[in-house]
Design a binder for this molecule. Structure first.
Ligand SMILES: Nc1nc2c(c(=O)[nH]1)N[C@H]1C(S)=C(S)[C@@H](COP(=O)(O)OP(=O)(O)OC[C@H]3O[C@@H](n4cnc5c(=O)[nH]c(N)nc54)[C@H](O)[C@@H]3O)O[C@H]1N2
Ligand SMILES: Nc1nc2c(c(=O)[nH]1)N[C@H]1C(S)=C(S)[C@@H](COP(=O)(O)OP(=O)(O)OC[C@H]3O[C@@H](n4cnc5c(=O)[nH]c(N)nc54)[C@H](O)[C@@H]3O)O[C@H]1N2
Ligand SMILES: [Mo]
Length: 662
């Protein structure tokens, strides 16, 4: 699944049935532990609402009414529709919309899955930018890559900043390494607008105003400079643009940073002093911090901190965002099969870019639950001229709009090769059991469809094992000695990176080999919420982070996890609640011009005044009012990578009339 930790599982099978699943105790990152969600994975694979057969729509789009058909009938209809769309509108009218349901390199979003088939038809390409692109682009401007520290090396750090990351919810395996550091005396600070369960466990929590992180970084560096604690040697040897960045930092004295970020000046000064005098200092930032209008810039500027302090030269120092950039598999999508170059459609822009599309093919994604501006997406999916195919495990809100539904295998039923974006291991997933019903894996579905449509290109028929061999054949030094044989025997292999790993001790993967500080005036882009709050009828900033009990919308239909998540909850600060006459438990409308969702108020000082929070991941159709927070998330790009801005939307929270919740 889309989790940084990609854990190693051991499944016990009795009489062909998977009866037990546990975390692999031998695997150094999994360390024997799963999580509240994945502990229910086997139950999930065997759930009553699992889709087991191909289905054809019988009711209106959106109704979720289907009849069972055979694979043969499904392929007949699909083949005919695809051919006629290509003939009439060209291949680019097809949008293969692949999401993050599986990040497997054979069956899921990271790999070739279906892409060779789509190239034969000249279909549009798909840009999977829904998650981490803004921050990745910002980091790349500074360091030349989004990749950085091995998160395991946090164990060696003496000061850890958990910056816009809810470790105990969205990737808890890292916590053991944080605890190891703590046992050796490390101080742990959480920087988050919400006092999360991670913030509860940290030594200190700084409740930052959403989207102002770049200013905090500048304010902290101001203290580092005042202390004369910059690493002059590192600056001279390994960075560029220091003089102008230094001038920028000097414009952000602690008081100014405090005013913009909402963090008391004394706290900024204290943390600045710690950073100035603690080596190694590690920053762990993940995706939460970049889901804002200025999210790319935030990562760009935060990542300047270890450049100034020289932390990159110390094991346990530097910054960790995603480790994906350290994975160098050979993903051969065979673009040479395209008759001509094709356009790329943007995952976060589904509501708008569907205009020019005649076939939407959704796999491993649930856009009606996860993508911005859901009301507009629904109107698009209702279009009679749009042919929608969804490959799925469960009857999601997106499935409800499908013309054809294809039953897909789950992790215990198919073969796959995985990495993790929070560690440096490759993992092999051997199927434990046979697929239930008539479920097929992604790769197998496209192989059979290609055959049905009479395609003869040999590479369309590469088996899963052949695909795995190809993936491992990049020749990159990090894969030396990493063979399919070994993976299949051992289950997981650490890529060839030293331990501890100091990736930039001797330079950066930029053109100059140097870290590039943000140019003058480019170190902070204010969030949408601050830019428009003054004249908006919607005064509250909504943050919609990871739910503890769901993985995006996966597990959103598991009864026990739903029970634990309760109805959608919205956290409201006591002052904002009082101003609106709201009390805990009261059902409210959270709304703006884009739409509304209903939630139950939890009056709480976990959020500051002006900020409200409601987690992602619930299924709209299970919620009162049939909506989740993405109805009020605008389809608006962040400053870089066209990233989404899930935590940067203005709303109002109003008492609900009884009729609203019926
Ligand atoms: N349980 C669970 N785990 C998950 C997921 C899930 O849905 N559930 N999703 C997975 C996926 S797809 C991803 S990408 C990762 C995401 O995991 P994270 O990177 O942790 O992403 P978020 O939960 O969006 O945000 C993390 C924290 O950032 C805070 N935040 C929001 N805005 C700001 C800001 O402006 N500044 C700062 N400093 N903090 C801010 C939020 O309040 C939140 O506590 O987690 C993965 N793991
Ligand atoms: N409000 C708000 N919205 C968010 C976010 C947020 O922070 N706030 N976070 C965003 C982030 S970080 C992400 S990554 C996106 C995720 O958005 P999506 O990529 O759409 O992911 P999911 O909603 O989890 O839907 C994945 C679907 O894939 C299915 N699936 C899983 N494995 C397989 C498989 O092997 N084959 C097939 N065919 N299907 C499979 C699952 O059943 C599930 O229904 O959501 C984004 N949405
Ligand atoms: Mo994500």
């Amino acid at each position: 699944m889309d989790c940084p930790d990609t854990c190693s599982w051991i499944v016990t099978v009795e009489d062909g049935k998977a009866v037990k699943m546990r975390g692999n105790p031998e695997q150094p990152y999994t360390r024997g532990a799963l999580c509240v969600k994945v502990n229910r994975y086997l139950e999930h694979t065997q759930a009553d609402d699992r889709i087991l057969y191909p289905l054809r729509r019988t009711g209106p789009k959106g109704s979720g009414q289907f009849e069972r058909i055979t694979w043969e009938e499904a392929f007949d209809e699909i083949g005919t529709r695809l051919r006629s769309i290509v003939d009439e509108h060209g291949g680019e009218a097809i949008w293969p919309y692949v999401g993050t349901g599986s990040l497997g390199y054979i069956q899921g979003a990271e790999g070739v899955a279906g892409r060779r088939f789509w190239n034969m038809l000249g279909a549009s390409k798909h840009w999977l930018n829904i998650c981490a692109t803004a921050g990745g682009a910002g980091l790349t401007l500074t360091n030349g890559t989004p990749a950085g520290m091995d998160p395991e090396d946090l164990a060696l750090s003496r000061l850890i900043l958990l910056w816009g990351t809810n470790t105990l919810t969205s990737g808890h395996h890292l916590w053991k390494f944080v605890q190891d550091a703590r046992a050796a005396g490390a101080h742990v600070v959480a920087i988050d607008p919400i006092r999360t369960r991670t913030a509860d466990q940290a030594d200190q929590h700084l409740a930052i105003r959403p989207g102002t992180d770049a200013v905090l970084a500048l304010g902290l560096l101001n203290v580092v400079l005042a202390e004369g604690a910059q690493d002059e040697e590192f600056l001279a040897e390994h960075t560029q643009g220091w003089e102008s960045f230094r001038a920028e930092i000097l414009e952000y004295p602690v008081e100014r940073a405090a005013e913009i970020t909402g963090i008391p000046a004394a706290d900024i000064r204290e943390l600045g002093m710690r950073i100035a005098h603690t080596r190694p200092t590690a920053i762990r930032a993940t995706m939460g911090v970049q889901r804002h209008a200025g999210g790319g810039t935030a990562l760009r500027t935060i990542s300047a901190i270890p450049g100034v302090t020289g932390d990159w030269r110390h094991p346990g120092g530097g910054m960790a965002y995603s480790t994906s950039g350290h994975v160098h598999l050979d993903i051969d999508t065979r673009d040479d099969l395209l008759a001509k170059p094709v356009r790329t459609l943007t995952m976060t822009r589904l509501a708008s870019e569907l205009d020019s599309v005649k076939c939407l093919w959704v796999y491993a994604a649930n856009p009606v639950g996860s993508t911005s501006d859901t009301n507009r997406i629904r109107r698009q999916l209702e279009r009679e001229d749009l042919f929608t195919v969804v490959m799925e495990h469960f009857p999601t809100d997106t499935v409800d709009y499908a013309d054809i539904v294809l039953p897909a295998t789950m992790q215990t039923e198919h073969m796959d090769l995985h990495a993790g974006y929070g560690h440096l291991y490759l993992l092999w997933n051997e199927p434990a059991v046979a697929p239930p019903g008539e479920c097929l894996s992604t790769a197998e579905t496209f192989r059979r469809l290609a055959a049905h449509m009479g395609m003869t290109e040999p590479s369309l028929y590469d088996s899963d094992l052949e695909l795995a061999e190809q993936l491992l054949s990049s020749g990159h030094p990090s894969l030396e000695g990493v063979t399919l044989d070994r993976l299949r025997k051992e289950g997981w292999v650490r890529m060839n990176y030293p331990r501890p790993f100091t990736p930039f001790a001797d330079g950066f993967p930029t053109a100059s080999g140097r870290l590039r500080f943000p140019p003058r005036g480019k170190a902070y882009v204010p969030p949408h919420s601050l830019r428009t709050a003054g004249d908006s009828p919607y005064p509250l900033t909504l943050v919609t982070p990871a739910a503890h009990t769901f993985l995006n919308t996966i597990f959103g239909n598991n009864p026990e996890l739903r029970r634990r998540a309760k109805d959608p909850v919205v956290l409201v600060n006591p002052a904002d609640a009082e101003a609106r006459g709201l009390v805990s438990g009261q059902r409210v409308r959270v709304h703006n011009a884009g739409g509304e969702f209903l939630a139950d108020v939890e009056v709480s000082d976990r959020v500051a005044r002006g900020v409200v929070a409601s987690p992602k991941g619930s299924w709209p159709k299970h919620n009162p009012g049939g909506a989740n927070p993405n109805t009020v998330v605008a389809e608006r790009d962040a400053d870089m990578g066209r990233g989404p801005s899930y935590h940067d939307n203005l709303v109002e929270v109003s008492p609900c009339q009884l009729s609203d919740s019926l």
